[in-house]
Design a protein. Structure first.
Length: 271
């Protein structure tokens, strides 16, 4: 799916993720003159960024927006709903990155919103390397969906879901996934220390190995399993390590259980 960036966007919530998305939009070519940020507690660095770029910050009378992006804390939706309603017109597109808030939740709190996109980005979106899943309400037009895609793609890849029920699995895989990778780097560092390496060296090697392998995986057209086999010589050191990691189901079973647990919890939080 392709689409041009819209002419105007109103962002509500400019915290860590909202601020990262704003920077990605402007870097991708969004016109700052058509961009509005609303956040009564905007971080100082984001405030300075808005002033420097010419983004309008906290206008006195917010107007209905063609595209309204919600990046507030999920628990703040109830309180913010009356204010948000004034920014939603008949043709507005509302894009929400509020974790756990379903399309039905949004419809209930924002009854005048018809075109809705629920998106789930992950932490690497903050450096433009994210993986975002999205699902659109039936009232969302193809043109609006293309605009949503263009905005979300400024932060990395975007996958559109056929069914909102899939978003719990996506949350468990890519939403929570960076923590799994960080844990791997953490465990590798500790293992290197136990094997006799200095702590700072083990940390540098683990970090570079994880990030380098990820970059190779992204650059290579072949599947991860093929890359794994390519560095695993029969009877070699890697094979000895993988025998341990896969013993009795090992890492593959643990990862399946971990993702399943995260997906269940995502469903519980969505209510």
């Amino acid at each position: 799916m392709t689409g041009a960036l819209p002419e105007s966007v109103t962002l509500v919530g400019a915290g860590r993720m909202g601020g990262a998305m704003l920077r990605g939009w402007l870097a991708g070519g969004l016109d700052p003159a058509g961009t509005v940020v609303i956040d009564p507690q905007v971080p100082p660095e984001t405030q300075a960024f808005c002033l420097e770029c010419g983004v309008r910050l906290n206008p006195d009378e917010p107007r209905p927006a063609s595209i309204l992006v919600l990046a507030i804390k999920p628990q703040g939706l109830e309180v913010a709903a009356p204010t948000l309603a004034a920014m939603i017109g008949a043709d507005s597109l509302v894009i929400s990155i509020l974790a756990g808030k379903t399309l039905e939740n949004l419809r209930t709190r924002l009854p005048n919103a018809h075109a809705l996109v629920r998106a789930m980005p992950n932490l690497p979106a903050s450096i433009g390397r994210g993986a975002t899943g999205a699902v659109a309400s039936p009232d969302t037009t193809e043109a609006q969906r293309a605009q949503a895609h263009a905005l979300l793609a400024c932060s990395g890849i975007v996958e559109w879901l056929d069914d909102e029920a899939q978003i719990d699995a996506l949350t468990a895989l890519s939403g929570s996934g960076p923590a799994y990778v960080f844990l791997l780097a953490e465990a590798m560092t500790e293992a290197g220390i136990q094997a006799g390496l200095p702590a700072d060296m083990a940390a540098r090697l683990a970090r570079a190995t994880v990030s380098g392998a990820g970059a190779l995986l992204e650059a290579s057209p072949v599947e991860a399993a093929h890359l794994r086999r390519g560095v695993t010589s029969p009877g070699g050191t890697t094979a000895a390590a993988l025998d341990v990691l896969m013993r009795g189901g090992g890492l593959p079973d643990l990862m399946r259980d971990a993702v399943a647990a995260a997906a269940r919890r995502a469903g519980e939080l969505a209510g």
